[in-house]
Design a protein around this ligand. Structure first.
Ligand code: BGP
Length: 490
């Protein structure tokens, strides 16, 4: 592949999410969102810290828990220095989310919170100043909590209008500055982590926890509302700034699911498992509900309720690029129930993959799977692809100011960039590459600091202590060199 080149203007950079880095969880008018009442969206996924007060679901934080995300890495106050560090690596793009509850703290206000907008004005201007393309997620597991308490979350149709108002507000404000928008982070995790990914809660009469008694119909209903909201975001984007792009965002490690052997039942089972994830892009990028899902609704009697005009909107306003996360592959066996977490699917071990991220996470490393996912997606949709999350979490502690040596991160990065070159060689159109967590942040799945993805180290620990000091790891210089030579030397 010596003559394969990354395109000119390739968007090299990194990605974070407001709820995992900003902290300042109740500052300048912001109110809680769904991730503020959890320590890890996988760990606390089914039992967020809310309770029924007789009328509403209300916040019920536990004294013995450390909610690291409430202060996170204090990016809210340190973003200028942090972006300067990213600029030092030559970043051409930086992805973060706008925290919906900073702009509309309850979610249902008529007018936005000016203090929240002011914060993002300066954040986005700072990125532009450094020549970085802002890549903005509109909701990265960040539905305002009030929309859960008062309306029951995304199963309520009213959320479509609240989301549209928020989207139009920020698209208007950042017109001409933000060219890449993403709607819902990893929307295809709706069934796995319904509270975080689809803001779903159930009738309190059902049980002790907010998700006891959850039905498939409720999740499909929330998804339908999110699909309509997604279409309205695409519409707003086209109307407000026709030069901007509005993408879908999915956890597509799931697509790198391999059958355990050629037993046709395993091959078919793998196909059916993957289709549960293609479902989301099939709707949002092809513009209609596929037959296979209508059959599921019929058989299980779980079709969502729709209103006139919904299907037309979904048809008319499809997303124009596909953003996705890729961390690892998995293996399907008809004898084992598939599970998943923030890294993707979990099936049986793959004996061909000898390397894993360190325990306790132990995510298998499979760069070829990255190329495979790009090829599958491009062949199916023929839309530009944007890998906006790829990375490895390692357990590291800086000792006496010594630079952290992180060869495992450098190796992971190099392997995955080689695989991406392979995908380009296979004919895929790739917009850029964003490393997940270029600066250490709070883990989404487990809510810990210990799992570090950064090229930049942050002095903060699981028990909450630390002075937030930043320092470069050895991988910082590696990525800087990669970017400087546009990936020619890996
Ligand atoms: C994705 C999420 C991110 C993120 C990443 C790594 O699913 O979009 O928010 O954090 O996974 O997961 P974790 O932080 O659990 O290691």
């Amino acid at each position: 592949m010596t003559n394969v080149k990354f395109p000119d203007n390739f968007l090299w950079g990194g990605a974070v999410a407001a709820n995992q880095c900003e902290g300042a969880w109740l500052e300048d008018g912001k109110l809680p969102n769904v991730t503020d009442v959890m320590v890890g969206i996988i760990k606390d996924g089914k039992t967020p810290d809310i309770k029924w007060d007789g009328q509403h679901w209300v916040m019920d934080l536990k004294e013995n828990k450390v909610y690291l995300s409430h202060d996170a890495i204090d990016f809210y106050h340190r973003y200028k220095d942090d972006l300067a560090l990213m600029a030092g690596m030559g970043f051409k793009a930086f992805r973060t989310s706008i925290s919906w509850a900073r702009i509309f703290p309850n979610g249902d206000e008529q007018t936005p919170n000016e203090a929240g907008l002011k914060y993002y004005d300066d954040l986005i201007d700072t990125m532009v100043h450094y020549g970085m393309e802002p890549v903005i997620t509109l909701s990265h597991y960040e539905t305002p909590l009030h929309l859960i308490s008062e309306y029951g979350g995304w199963t309520n149709r009213k959320l479509i209008g609240f989301f549209e108002r928020y989207v139009r507000t920020v698209m208007q404000r950042y017109k001409g500055k933000v060219k890449y928008w993403l709607t819902f982070n990893e929307i295809n995790n709706a069934f796995k982590i319904p509270f975080a990914a689809a803001g779903v809660v159930v009738d309190p009469a059902q049980g002790e926890h907010a998700l006891d008694g959850l039905t498939n119909q409720m999740v499909y209903q929330a998804c339908h509302h999110m699909f309509v909201a997604n279409a309205l975001a695409v519409k707003a984007c086209k109307e407000i700034d026709p030069s901007a792009h509005c993408g879908v965002m999915c956890s597509f490690s799931h697509i790198a699911t391999y059958p355990i052997n050629p037993d046709p039942d395993n091959v078919l089972g793998t196909h059916l498992f993957k289709r549960n994830h293609y479902f989301y892009t099939d709707v949002m990028c092809r513009g209609h509900y596929p037959n296979y899902i209508k059959r599921v609704w019929e058989k299980e009697n779980c079709a969502p309720t729709m209103e006139d005009g919904d299907l037309q909107l979904i048809h008319d306003y499809t997303n124009d690029y596909i953003a996705f996360s890729y961390y690892r592959s998995s293996v399907f066996s008809k004898d084992v129930e598939m599970k998943s977490d923030t890294g993707g699917a979990i099936g049986v071990d793959n004996p061909y993959l000898k390397e894993k991220s360190p325990a306790p996470w132990s995510w298998p490393i499979d760069a070829t799977g990255f190329r495979y996912v790009c090829d599958e997606l491009y062949d199916r949709y023929e839309l530009p692809l944007f890998p906006v999350e790829n990375g490895i979490g390692l357990d590291e502690t800086e000792v006496d100011g010594q630079t952290i040596q992180d060869p495992a991160r450098v190796k992971y990065l190099k392997m995955h960039l080689e695989a991406l070159k392979g995908a380009i060689d296979d004919g895929c159109e790739i917009l850029g590459y964003l490393w997940w967590g270029p600066i250490d942040i709070v883990s989404a799945g487990t809510g810990e600091m210990k799992k570090r993805y950064g090229f930049v180290y942050v002095d903060r620990f699981n028990d909450g202590h630390g002075d937030y000091h930043r320092s470069k790891k050895a991988s910082y210089d590696y990525y800087k060199k990669v970017i400087a030579f546009n990936g020619e030397e890996l």
